[in-house]
Design a protein around this ligand. Structure first.
Ligand code: UD1
Length: 379
């Protein structure tokens, strides 16, 4: 059988838990050779290295070390360095047959653009999601990536509808389910055995988890201050554990809000957590408050109420079937939902179809070819 050489690209934290099960699933095909390329968009040990260790993912074969920068700078660096990697070809000789990208970060977009300009086809895992909010950098990344990719692997039915509406041909679309949930299901028993709750000093089901990192929430000091006020207020009744993204920490320090947060006794601010400790925390929380896309999905899979601090979502199934409610940055709505959670009156969710821990084998089957649309699975 003809060998297929795939360049598999990761760059930022949410990419790692999607690529890990994919690499494992690809290994079961003798004719697939996967080369792992890390752009270096995230480089801190707590945002990158720890995930490789905990997810049991092999070290990258190639590191582009692009680091942080403005969108244009970061994207341009990846374009330049990834283009050279593609031109050089896979280690064993020959050329790359396909680039595999996941998610919606700058690395996803840049790797896609470099690939198609060299005539290398692209498979996009987590294709078709749309928030219809072009002020989000990720929405631009999603639109451009999908418009250039020819193999679109979709996690929820809304993604198929969006792609069909945008004119994509049916044979390019594959409803394969949510690959991030493969990692969650595999590692949940291990995560539950961690002692994160004891170390932090919270009891099972008696605390909330907060994460916040979107520019729309953290870059504008007035919005950030408003959200923090609610968190501090809530933390008097329900302890809140807040693993903090470096971007958020920097904004809090710049805007002089850090001391308010530090003084709140019920609010436990932590550095970014590894995968296992974080899953230990989220899986046993009473509620999750977040602006993360991935966490909306994980809370839905876990059945934990999720108050999403965004006005929209590209993952509507987490609201329609799952545990998420969009509360934007509206303190009254956030408080109202929290009250419902505490009183046990919050909605129950269900885990969407194909979020069953087997998305990676389905995706690998499509990648291994011959390309065959899995659209009928939606029926
Ligand atoms: C990126 C993704 C976002 C994803 C998030 C997960 C884009 C446009 N955004 O946002 O979709 O939800 O990752 O975390 O791709 N920094 C560090 N250490 C690092 C990396 C970054 O301290 O290892 C700091 C730097 O100051 C940097 C800032 O965080 O400027 C933002 O990093 P960046 O990768 O640009 O975006 P994120 O906010 O992490």
């Amino acid at each position: 059988m003809t060998v297929l050489n795939f360049a598999c690209v990761v760059g930022a934290r949410p990419n790692f838990m999607k690529m890990a099960p994919l690499l494992r699933a690809m290994e079961s095909y003798d004719h697939i050779r996967a080369v792992l390329i890390h752009t270096g968009q995230h480089y801190d040990a707590q945002l990158s290295d720890i995930f490789f260790e905990e997810l049991g993912m092999r070290r990258p074969d190639v590191s582009l070390e692009v680091g942080s920068g403005k969108h244009g700078v970061q994207t341009a660096r990846i374009l330049e360095r990834f283009e050279a990697v593609l031109e050089q070809g896979p280690p064993g000789g020959g050329r790359y047959d396909r680039v595999v990208v996941v998610g919606d970060v700058n690395s996803t977009l840049a790797a896609t653009l470099a690939a198609v300009k060299l005539g290398v086809p692209v498979a996009h895992v987590e294709a078709g999601l749309r928030s219809f909010d072009r002020s989000m950098p990720e929405e631009i990344n999603r639109i451009v990536t999908d418009s250039l990719a020819d193999m679109l692997l979709v996690s929820e039915p809304a993604g198929i509808d969006n792609l069909l509406r945008e004119g994509h041909a049916e044979e390019h679309l594959h409803l394969t389910g949510n690959v991030m949930i493969d990692t969650l299901r595999r590692l949940l028993p291990k995560a539950r055995n961690r002692d994160a709750l004891e170390r932090i000093g919270v009891a099972r089901g008696e605390y909330g988890v907060v994460t916040l990192h979107r520019p729309a929430n953290v870059d504008e000091p007035a919005t950030l201050a408003q959200l923090l006020e609610v968190f501090v207020d809530v933390s008097h009744d329900l302890p809140l554990v807040f693993p903090m993204h470096p971007r958020t920490k920097a904004r809090l320090e710049q805007s002089g809000l850090w001391d308010d947060l530090d003084a709140a006794k019920g609010l436990v601010v932590l550095p970014p957590q590894g995968y296992l400790d974080f899953l230990c925390l989220t899986s046993q929380a009473k509620v999750i408050i977040t602006d993360s896309g991935g966490l909306q999905e994980e809370s839905t899979a876990l059945g934990i109420p999720c108050l999403t601090a965004r006005p929209n979502t590209e993952r509507p199934i987490t609201v329609d079937e799952g545990t998420s409610t969009l509360v934007g940055s509206d303190p009254a709505l956030l408080r109202q939902c929290l009250r419902a959670v505490v009183e046990g009156a919050y909605k129950q969710g269900r885990c969407p179809a194909l979020w069953d821990g087997n998305a990676a084998p389905r995706i690998a089957a499509v990648l291994a070819g011959p390309a065959r649309s899995l659209l009928r699975r939606a029926a």
